[in-house]
Design a protein around this ligand. Sequence first.
Ligand code: 6PG
Length: 222
Amino acid sequence: MKYHTFENFTALTEALSQQWLDVIQTTPDGSSFALAGGSTPAPVYQRLDQLLSNIDAHNPIKLVATDERWVPDQDTQSNEGLFRRCLSGSAADKRWQLVSLKNASSTPEVATEAINVRLNEQLPQAFSAVLLGMGADGHIASLFPGAPTQHDDLACLAAVHPQTRQSRMSLSLPRLLNTKRIWLVITGAEKRQVLEQAIENNLPVASLLREAGCTIDVFWCP
Ligand code: 6PG
């Protein structure tokens, strides 16, 4: 784990989005990214959208959510909707393709097998990078405390938010770990302490810390 500490989120956003653009421009065969939702990363996505719009061309980009709420894209709770809003400029220019974690099934449980096939067909084995957030309970993606991190050997699994009971589809831990880079974006002293005590508290993020095959770059600001 390597900390990248910034005075504020604007400085964090600039550093991470430039690093992200660099990965896109130096991955000749096309790059792929798994992206967190939630309230933290939106400015990073908006800044990347600007940077992408300022460059002529680049290699193809594939995006997938690390997890999605089982709601339509129009719903403000939708992570895929968040990506479409934040990356609207580059979306218009077809600069990236989103591989959806949703389909028309009534529940993520029903959809799991079909989404697993889609992920395996449309995404490369290893991501160029996974951008994760973390909850105050130490969850990453929709891998919540005490809940499974994988279903059989599928790339995704259904989940339920422990407080809101909201249905979710999450990438599995092994699928999240199959990546060249991990960017963990958290803010505030509380989340930093949760991260630093994650292993002793056996929180979901601890599995990432224990099993990651690459350095976890933690982007943090107060
Ligand atoms: C989601 C995310 C989730 C998020 C954390 C942190 O869909 O909610 O993918 O894992 O990263 O819950 O959320 P905040 O950034 O809102 O604190």
